[in-house]
Design a protein around this ligand. Structure first.
Ligand code: PLP
Length: 393
């Protein structure tokens, strides 16, 4: 349920002027984690909440994921991990993007688990361990065929040996070994099985030099939902935590027992009659066919509405879908509401939500803009206030 558009701001969202809001259902996040945990069998859930929790807000989403039973949290960047700790989130927390020369002291002192996917990274972690006198918890990132982060070949051998030596000295605790799929969204693709076999061989290679990390993790959302054999000790879903389907051709959120946590709304700020033949928005890429009514929505590409969705993005107004008329501007876009529209300035319009009340979904926007739902939610601009509903508070 969303609140009516005239509610006061939620704490932490200031100033509030009511032009738009993203309402985030924290109970949906908790329930989604519960469902993913159920699907993961004996494996536990590491909830990936990078990129401001896929646009949903880092700290509230972290707490909601933990309330749903996530055992571990993960973010891409070190700065995101430090923000979580500074906000008082003290659950186990993995991060994997930092650069040579970054000061790891605060991360180590705040008990953040660091990923090592290259020789320089395991050396930097070893140095941070000596500087702080602490034992650093480490997950070793291996490239089993994605061709992105992590080490392979001789580089992997070096990282494994160095990690084993540091562990023998008490400088690190190698708690995890992990990798990432290239084709998890196509479960029958031969690389999926091949990456799992490589992963298992690498775990064996690590064991031979004395490393037997208890947390082996490989499965993102798509693998968690479609490939139970990839669950190992922990699954690592992100998108599905927020109730979106990573494999829309294979199943909707509902099919997977998930529900979308974000609902993006705005209020019409101008509604006016327009004659037939009127060009609309920059470049007049839309021209009215009949006498009609134009409605102005105060959201644009700086708020995350894809500029690619000009003449394509769906928006529901009082239960009826309309398509963005003409170009999406930086702060605004226009709808052709039709001659008989009863819409008025101040009415709420819905860009996307769960779809259960007939509104579009983030997946509909992804299709309209030629992208994936990941991009629709993560690109939501900082200017759009997040309002939280549900949750323990
Ligand atoms: C983003 C990410 C995930 C989560 O992926 P989803 O497809 O959103 O579930 C897991 N692991 C790594 C390494 C990632 O970068």
């Amino acid at each position: 349920m969303t609140s009516p558009p005239h509610d006061p701001p939620s704490p932490g969202v200031t100033p509030w002027y009511g032009t738009s809001r993203a309402s985030i259902d924290l109970d949906a996040i908790s329930d989604n984690v519960r469902e993913l945990d159920r699907r993961a069998g004996d494996a536990s859930v590491m909830a990936v909440i990078k990129a401001d929790a896929y646009g949903h807000g880092l700290v509230p989403s972290a707490r909601a994921a933990l309330a749903g039973g996530a055992r571990y949290l993960a973010v891409a960047q070190l700065a995101e991990a430090v923000s979580l700790r500074r906000a008082g989130v003290d659950a186990p927390l993995l991060t994997w993007l930092f650069a040579p020369g970054d000061d790891l002291t605060e991360a180590v002192e705040r008990d953040i688990t660091l990923s090592a996917g290259a020789s320089w990274a395991i050396e930097a972690i070893g140095a941070a361990a000596s500087a702080t006198g602490r034992t650093v918890r480490v997950h070793l990132k291996v490239d089993t065929g994605l061709g992105r982060g992590g080490s392979w070949g001789d580089g992997l051998d070096q990282v494994l040996r160095r990690a084993a030596a540091l562990q023998a000295e008490g400088a690190v605790e190698v708690e995890g070994i992990w990798s990432h799929f290239a084709w998890a969204d196509a479960p029958a693709h031969p690389t999926v099985r091949a990456q799992q076999e490589t992963f298992e061989e690498i775990c064996e290679q690590a064991r031979r030099i004395g490393l037997a990390p208890p947390l082996r993790h490989l499965a993102n959302s798509a693998a968690t939902l479609t490939n139970p054999s990839a669950a190992y000790d922990m699954v690592r879903p992100g998108l599905s935590v927020f109730g979106l389907s990573p494999v829309p051709d294979l199943g909707s959120p509902e099919d997977f027992g998930l529900r979308e946590a974000m609902r993006l709304t705005a209020r019409l700020v101008n509604v006016k009659p327009a004659p037939a033949g009127q060009g609309v928005s920059y470049g007049h890429e839309y021209v009215t066919e009949t006498d009609t009514t134009l409605g102005l929505v105060p959201l644009g590409y700086s708020d995350g509405v894809p500029r690619h969705a000009g003449n394509a993005g769906p928006i529901s107004v009082n239960g009826t879908w309309h398509t963005v008329a003409g170009r999406v501007c930086m702060d605004q876009l226009v709808l052709d509401l039709g001659a008989s529209s009863t819409a008025a300035a101040g009415d709420e319009v819905v860009l996307f939500g769960r779809g259960v009340d007939g509104e579009p979904t983030a997946q509909d926007w992804a299709e309209a803009a030629g992208t994936i739902s990941y991009e629709i939610v993560t690109r939501l601009g900082a200017r759009v206030p997040r309002e939280y509903v549900g949750g323990e508070a």
